[in-house]
Design a protein around this ligand. Structure first.
Ligand code: BDP
Length: 608
């Protein structure tokens, strides 16, 4: 799906700002038919939960309503008019005046409504959106609803981060010509010194098309006519981790002699492959250093915020990180665009977190339920998961920073039914994008002996907490257990292995000379123990600490004011481990490929 852009033929209007807001329980039937009866206003983009200092809103389960009026710009009379939500978490219905114009399931990918026949240029309309935060056994991520003793619906879920909801990303109204580009797919390859940029366009009509590729100086380096083709770039400057280089693909759709639509896309020429037990970018071994992150900050919840975007990337740079994983859902497109421009490598994950009812049993003390069964994770869940993969790849396929798809986080891959559930989804991922490797993070209960899916993926990504959840505080025992675990996977599969999560909860300001769990010293020692082991495993290709920053969680007795495994606090202050990591990743430079200092790129590429 194309990101909306202002170009010579397209206009873009932001609908961000303050919208009327109300809980469903406070409104009468069919609230979209009139101005919302409320005095509340919600910021868009932001999760609504923490905005109002109101427990009822914070804990609300079900629909909330957002509303604002929108004036269609006068000049859009003969244009196609489109309404676009970058995300609505987790499901939405959209009304223009009295008419429903869009419905969407899935909280982290965009959706649109074509309003051309519904609104008129220069007029105003009432835009109302119902957003549903409920998670069930057939949603991604899954959850469980139950009526509590208070007679109200209660939500539980199988992941620890808080179920923030609402309109956490931007909303747009944009115009395109009636005859317009509908999609573009770019894949790149390298042949000696020549960069190959294969493109494939789709348009609303079979109108002629042409493309040209410009370098960062604005010089045309290749051009081609037609809806598909391969551009050859002599002496191509490759997109490299830490040294991004972006060409610009300019696309034109023609009608007779006229250019009717123009669109442009940044293109990074690079290759990604897994060979033997190595992860290769541009044919060179790459070692991931970085974090699992969250989109999370105080007050905004999961609301996208450019100030946090810039600051977080500067902190990645400060620590010497070269990469991160979009745990546990697709992040805002602005994040990937920034990573493209700054040479940060991304593992892009779906929102499939918590397909694991053993974790539920561990958290609640209830007897375990089978994860994969008609009453739990079932065919409908799998169909929703497939749709999440389609929408993720459709949105993110052209980002050079994205080097691998992560199909799920910590599913119960050791349980009966896991292979039947995941094999078609991994096949689908490869079919949708044959160019990028595929992974899935593996929960500690799935050992190299019991896991049923590891042969299906390209990189074995392990989430391991030896010294924290297992052998708590005993780093000597933890070191032995971890090494035995990693060697088992290495011997059995001969594939690249990375640690996609390892971390220890840490209260900033808590200290101890005996390195006790929860102290800053222990977090640093815990990471150092892991690093000693990683350095002894030849097929090891990366380390992503859990987590970049502390983050908000749901109510749980093992979480005090959120998950504290951040190397930075929730407001991005460094704990002692941040300095230790910085030393570690500095020391890795020169020793591990791809861990060179992140270079400050010369930003001549356009910032959309
Ligand atoms: C892992 C999950 C992650 C949690 C982490 C933890 O993948 O989402 O936040 O554990 O417990 O199992 O801190």
């Amino acid at each position: 799906m194309l990101k909306p852009l202002a170009t010579a033929t397209r206009d873009l209007a932001s609908l961000d700002g303050l919208w009327l807001f109300a809980l469903d329980t406070k409104l009468g039937p069919e609230p979209w038919r009139a101005p919302l009866d409320t005095h509340l206003e919600a910021a868009v983009p932001a999760s609504y939960n923490d905005l109002f200092a109101d427990r009822e809103i914070h804990d609300h389960v079900g629909l909330v309503w957002y509303q604002r009026t929108v004036r269609v710009p006068r000049g859009w009379a003969d244009q196609r008019i489109v309404l676009r939500f970058d995300a609505a978490t987790h499901a939405a219905a959209v009304y223009v005046d009295d008419v429903v114009v869009a419905e969407h399931d899935g909280g982290y990918t965009p959706f649109e409504a074509d309003l051309t026949d519904v609104v008129a240029a220069g007029t105003e309309f009432r835009l109302t959106v119902a957003v549903d935060n409920r998670l069930t056994n057939v949603t991604i991520p899954p959850g469980k609803l139950a009526i509590g003793a208070d007679g109200k619906e209660h939500q539980s879920y199988f992941h620890d981060f808080y179920n923030y909801a609402g309109l956490a990303r931007s909303v747009w109204l944009y115009s395109t010509p009636r005859t317009h580009l509908t999609d573009v797919t770019v894949t790149t390859d390298v042949d000696g010194g020549t960069g190959l940029v294969a493109y494939c366009l789709t348009a609303s009509e079979p109108a002629p098309a042409s493309v040209r590729l410009l370098d960062e100086a604005g010089i045309t380096v290749a051009s081609c006519d037609g809806h598909s083709g391969t551009l050859r770039v002599d002496d191509a400057v490759l997109w490299r981790p830490g040294a991004a280089y972006l060409y610009r693909l300019e696309i034109e759709i023609h009608d007779g002699w006229h250019t009717v639509d123009k669109y442009e896309l940044p293109v990074g020429i690079r290759t990604v492959a897994v060979e033997g037990d190595q992860f290769l970018i541009n044919g060179e071994p790459f070692y991931f250093t970085g974090f699992g992150k969250h989109e999370d900050s105080a007050v905004r919840g999961k609301g996208h915020d450019n100030a946090y975007l810039v600051h977080d990337f500067r902190l990645l740079d400060w620590t010497g990180a070269n990469s991160f994983r979009t745990s546990h859902y697709p992040y805002a497109e602005e994040v990937l665009e920034y990573a493209d421009r700054h040479g940060i490598v991304v593992i892009d994950e779906t929102a499939a977190v918590g397909l694991n009812l053993a974790v539920e049993a561990g958290l609640t003390g209830q007897p375990p339920r089978p994860t994969f069964s008609p009453d739990t994770i079932n065919d409908r869940t799998q169909a929703a998961h497939a749709q999440h993969l389609r929408e993720l790849i459709d949105r993110d396929k052209n980002h050079p920073s994205v080097v691998m798809w992560c199909v799920a986080n910590e599913p119960s891959s050791n349980e009966e039914g896991a292979r039947e559930y995941f094999e078609p989804l991994i096949d689908l991922t490869r079919e949708l994008d044959p160019t990028r490797p595929v992974t899935m993070t593996t929960v500690i209960f799935a050992t190299c002996e019991t896991d049923r899916t590891a042969d299906l993926v390209d990189v074995i990504s392990l989430n391991r907490y030896y010294g924290w959840y297992v052998a708590t505080g005993d780093l000597e025992t933890a070191e032995k257990l971890l090494e035995a675990d990693l060697r088992g996977w290495m011997t059995k599969y001969g594939k690249p292995i990375m640690m996609s999560e390892y971390g220890a909860d840490t209260i900033p300001g808590l200290h101890s000379v005996t390195s006790t769990p929860w102290t800053e010293e222990f977090q640093a020692d815990f990471l150092a123990m892991n690093h000693r082991v990683f350095d002894r495993i030849p097929s090891f290709v990366g380390e992503h600490v859990w987590n970049f920053a502390d983050f908000g969680t749901g109510p749980a007795i093992h979480r005090v004011d959120g998950n504290k495994k951040g190397v930075f606090t929730r407001d991005r202050k460094p704990k002692a481990a941040a300095f230790a990591l910085r030393e570690r990743w500095k020391e890795l430079r020169g020793r591990k490929p791809g861990t060179q200092t992140v270079q400050e790129p010369v930003l001549t590429a356009p910032i959309a």
